[in-house]
Design a protein around this ligand. Structure first.
Ligand code: HEM
Length: 193
């Protein structure tokens, strides 16, 4: 009791305020500080995309830690489809003109629910050239495209080269089978290798 009354007496003596008024002002100052500081983003988080969290609904929640891009080498379209953003432990990959880019940094665009999620895990050269979202255009077939459409595709390619790391190359199913076959043949010829 003695301690409490000493504190309240000191507050009144030094501030000229009643303890209730002092604590009310201190609390309001704290609230103003929290509100104002929440309006700013720290320099480290400035370049991270805002993440909408299903748990808190906060727009400014910090994104998951950035992952180093992993090289996938030569993969087929079927393998590419596994990287469509539905498995959060895998990067999101997109192929443009047979080159595979890790677009995980653009998860807001390509992840589930994003405006361009239909391109995730796909070779999407034709769709980009034609500026089309039609499922039948989301492939690597460049047949019948005119000069201007190929220029549009090239512009997209530059954008991807500039923005995202290249992590592999798309190969046809037949090519993979050929490689596997020749590896098997090699093993048969040189069983000790
Ligand atoms: C009404 C038409 C469209 C509008 C208003 C629009 C708007 C946008 C905006 C605002 C961005 C974000 C740009 C950035 O922050 O870098 C974007 C990105 C993008 N748009 Fe569109 N867009 C349109 C049509 C299309 C079409 C037709 C395609 C292709 C078929 C397309 C493909 C893309 C892609 C792939 C990205 C992401 C690029 C990246 O990874 O940085 N958009 N769009």
């Amino acid at each position: 009791m003695g301690f409490y009354s000493t504190i309240t007496n000191q507050i009144s003596f030094y501030t000229g305020l009643s303890p209730t008024a002092f604590f009310t002002i201190a609390f309001l100052t704290f609230l103003v500080y929290r509100t104002v500081s929440a309006m700013f983003v720290s320099p480290q988080d400035f370049n991270k995309p805002p993440v909408v969290s299903a748990r808190s609904g906060s727009l400014f929640e910090v994104a998951e830690p950035r992952r180093e891009p992993v090289q996938v080498g030569e993969i087929t379209e079927a393998e590419l489809r596994l990287y469509n953003g539905s498995d959060k432990s895998k990067p999101i990959l997109i192929s443009v003109k047979g080159q595979i880019y890790d677009v995980s940094e653009g998860r807001n665009f390509y992840g589930p629910g994003g405006s361009y999620t239909m391109f995730a895990g796909k070779e999407c050269s034709r769709a980009l050239a034609l500026l089309s979202f039609k499922p039948q255009d989301i492939n690597g077939n460049l047949e019948g495209l005119d000069e201007s459409e190929l220029t549009i595709l090239e512009d997209w390619e530059y954008k991807f080269i500039e923005k995202y790391p290249k992590v592999g190359r798309l190969v046809s199913e037949e090519r993979t089978q050929q490689i596997e076959q020749s590896q098997e043949d090699n093993l048969k010829l040189n069983p000790n290798e």
